[in-house]
Design a binder for this molecule. Structure first.
Ligand SMILES: C[S@@+](CC[C@H](N)C(=O)[O-])C[C@H]1O[C@@H](n2cnc3c(N)ncnc32)[C@H](O)[C@@H]1O
Length: 313
């Protein structure tokens, strides 16, 4: 299996992290270790890189790759969900870190590994778990969740206007036989979306697959809950770099950063401020960072990437 994954917005992330050679940096989404390799290269013998990934296969490959990097810095790799950042740092006896990187979503090797069931273009078991130690799969979701819950995630996480119809078709199909494969699901989605709406635009299953993947891996819940923990874990002057790939993720990151800028939230008619807003973050990149034309030509996967960089004050 090829574990290569071209890192997105690499130069911009390295600049954003503002790496000090003796610092401690956490790559929450180690993946193919593309970003981590560049971080590690910049560390001296006092520097430490902590690489986290919930995908055990990816972690093993990343570990092998990082061992080849010519650096005086050290690294550890940890098989965990980054939602457990506090426990991870505690176990490493680390109180605070100088930079945190999150590069959300699935990696190319996860997508390209047919058995993982992320792709609507390939026939595979319906799985979509990033962490294969967890029992809950896409198959369980489509075969056991209520019609309303399926419609809700397809609408909210996939922004799919045919969500209710797709959920209805899934529920009637599963009465006949269990839905076990990506192809079965693709056929059901195609049957649910009227032919004229299927013409043009992206693959008809794209939005539903995205929604199911987000739900299986609790992606948005985890992101929302972890951002305050990330802020707590940063030292003063520490940087938080987050790359998102769709508007739902970006909205969570943007709202979190905005809520920590110390802006008064009192109603305008209050004579004086009572909310006592405290500034905890400052924005380093007021203009959201997107890939250059050159990167987009080289790496199709970068097309919807957005980077936000902020600093703990
Ligand atoms: C887009 S890839 C990262 C690629 C990496 N930056 C590189 O340059 O090679 C995302 C990785 O993060 C992992 N991941 C996603 N959500 C995670 C989470 N909540 N906890 C731990 N790992 C996660 C995935 O398993 C995947 O390997």
């Amino acid at each position: 299996m090829d574990f290569s994954h071209e890192p997105v917005l690499l130069k911009e992330c390295i600049e954003g992290l503002n790496i000090h050679s003796a610092g401690v940096y956490v790559d929450c989404t180690l993946g193919g270790a593309g970003h981590s390799t560049e971080i590690l290269k910049r560390l001296n013998s006092q520097g430490l890189l902590i690489g986290i990934d919930q995908d055990k296969e990816a972690l093993e490959a990343a570990k092998a790759r990082l061992s080849q990097v010519n650096s005086k810095g050290s690294f550890v790799t940890i098989h965990e969900n980054f939602e457990n950042i506090r426990q991870i740092l505690k176990a490493q006896k680390i109180k605070s870190v100088d930079g945190i990187l999150i590069d959300l979503g699935v990696s190319s090797y996860q997508l390209d590994n047919e058995e993982r069931g992320f792709k609507y273009q390939e026939d595979a078991p319906l799985d979509m778990r990033m962490n294969q130690n967890i029992d809950f799969t896409a198959k369980e979701l489509v075969n056991t969740w209520s019609k309303n819950d399926i419609a809700r995630i397809i609408r909210d996480y996939g922004e799919e206007k045919w969500a209710v119809r797709i959920a209805e078709f899934i529920c009637s199909a599963r009465e006949e036989t269990e839905i076990e494969t990506t192809s079965q699901l693709v056929d059901i989605i195609k049957a649910a979306i009227p032919a004229p709406a299927r013409r043009g635009g992206p693959h008809p299953a794209k939005r539903t697959f995205q929604a199911i993947r987000i739900a299986v891996n609790r992606e948005l819940e985890v992101l929302e809950e972890v951002l305050p923990k990330m802020l707590d874990s940063l030292a003063k002057g520490g940087r938080l770099c987050v790359i998102t790939f769709h508007s739902l993720e970006d909205r969570i990151v943007k709202q979190f950063i905005n809520s920590k800028l110390g802006r008064c939230t009192c109603p305008p008619n209050f004579p004086k401020c009572v909310c006592n807003a405290v500034k905890e973050l400052k924005v380093i990149t007021p203009k959201i960072i997107t890939p250059s034309q050159e990167e987009l030509q080289r790496n199709h996967r970068a097309r919807s990437a957005k980077l936000r960089v902020s600093e703990k004050v």
